[in-house]
Design a protein around this ligand. Structure first.
Ligand code: NI
Length: 135
């Protein structure tokens, strides 16, 4: 029997979506306002879910304190109030779309969880637009 536990978090960050190999016109066509050269911000909402069996001694799949601390250290402290393109190593070469941010977050958290636990990341860029990645 497996149970999923989830923790919500959020961070505010700026980004610009563009492909440096394309002309400004092509970037404008594909990314529209998200290609604004002076960046724009989002209030990203994150849901991190961990699925596994319940530890009979604790009754937990994972201690929420530990999950909270992992998200703070590896996501919030790295991305909150940052310009993703300019201030983070992760997006120096990688376009900071919601898809890519979700994958980066998953990769940051995965090594810190026991291998038998499954990890899923859901990232809302706006209230209506969100992406999911589970490895
Ligand atoms: Ni955007």
């Amino acid at each position: 029997m497996k149970v999923t536990v989830s923790r919500k978090a959020q961070f505010n960050a700026a980004h610009r979506l563009y492909n440096p190999n394309w002309s400004f016109e092509k970037n404008d066509e594909v990314f529209g306002k998200c290609n604004n050269p002076n960046y724009h911000g989002h209030n990203y909402q994150l849901i991190v879910s961990v699925k596994g069996t319940i530890d009979p001694e604790t009754g937990y799949v994972i201690d929420m304190k530990d999950l909270k601390a992992l998200i703070k250290e590896h996501v919030e402290d790295v991305f909150d109030h940052r310009n993703l393109n300019l201030d983070t190593e992760d997006f120096k070469e990688l376009n900071p779309t919601a898809e890519n941010i979700a994958v980066v977050i998953w990769n940051k958290l995965r090594p810190h969880l026991k291998s038998e636990l499954e990890l899923k990341v859901v990232l809302y860029e706006t209230e209506r637009n969100f992406v999911e990645f589970e490895g």
